[in-house]
Design a protein around this ligand. Structure first.
Ligand code: FO1
Length: 191
């Protein structure tokens, strides 16, 4: 078996390439970019893998679903919400279902496995942990979530530090640890 430690946009090409050569592949997915928005739990790196391996990724942008529409976002804008994070309509369905499932007591691993089945993805996508870990960027203008720093402010502020909130209490996903143990090759994909 091969295991890849992966982020999202920067890793998906490599993962797709290797997945085209073997079915015996696990992807351990970063969760540090996960973001709560409009009450939805968004897991960009898991979703980029899901869409990439499910062959529906918008490969021009490197995230989101190809040919998605943005009616939901336009409505949010009309209602006075910020819309710098571009959630497509089909993408939103994933975040909505995931959030509901989490609220009903399912963990991120089980939800991701279920989504892999729905998208006919053979590769196992394993969240590195089922606990919450949030990447916060300390800048000269204050502390921001990674998505705010990167997407909203385009990475322009001076970085003074990085915090991984929750990392000290997070437990490695046993499925991820097992995948590493059982692999003859472990690849760290570009971020
Ligand atoms: N990246 C952007 O640069 N702009 C966006 O508006 C944006 C929206 C978005 C929505 C869903 C999703 O799963 C990913 C999205 N990304 C967007 C990508 C994401 O912010 C980053 O590529 C990763 O978090 C960094 O690894």
């Amino acid at each position: 078996m091969i295991t890849i430690l992966a982020g999202g946009t920067g890793s998906v090409k490599l993962v797709r390439g290797i997945a085209s050569q073997t079915r015996d592949l696990s992807v351990i997915s970063n969760v540090g970019d996960n973001y709560w928005l409009y009450g939805l739990y968004i897991c960009p790196d898991i979703d980029t893998m899901l869409y990439g391996l499910g062959d529906i990724l918008d490969t021009d942008k490197g995230w989101g679903i190809k040919k998605d529409t943005f009616g939901f976002l336009r409505q949010m804008e009309m209602l006075g919400e910020e819309t710098w994070f571009k959630i497509g309509d089909r993408d939103a369905a994933i975040h909505l279902l995931r959030t509901n499932m989490l609220k009903n007591g399912k963990n991120l691993s089980d939800i991701t496995e279920w989504m892999c089945q729905k998208f006919a993805v053979d590769t196992k996508i394993i969240p590195v942990t089922d606990n919450s870990v949030e990447t916060r960027i300390v800048t000269n203008k204050g502390e921001l979530h990674l998505q705010e720093f990167w997407v909203k402010y385009k990475g322009q502020d001076k970085v003074e530090g990085i915090k991984y909130l929750g990392a000290d209490k997070a437990r490695a996903n046993p499925a991820a640890v097992n995948a590493i143990h059982d692999s003859k090759l472990v690849i760290i994909a570009p971020g």
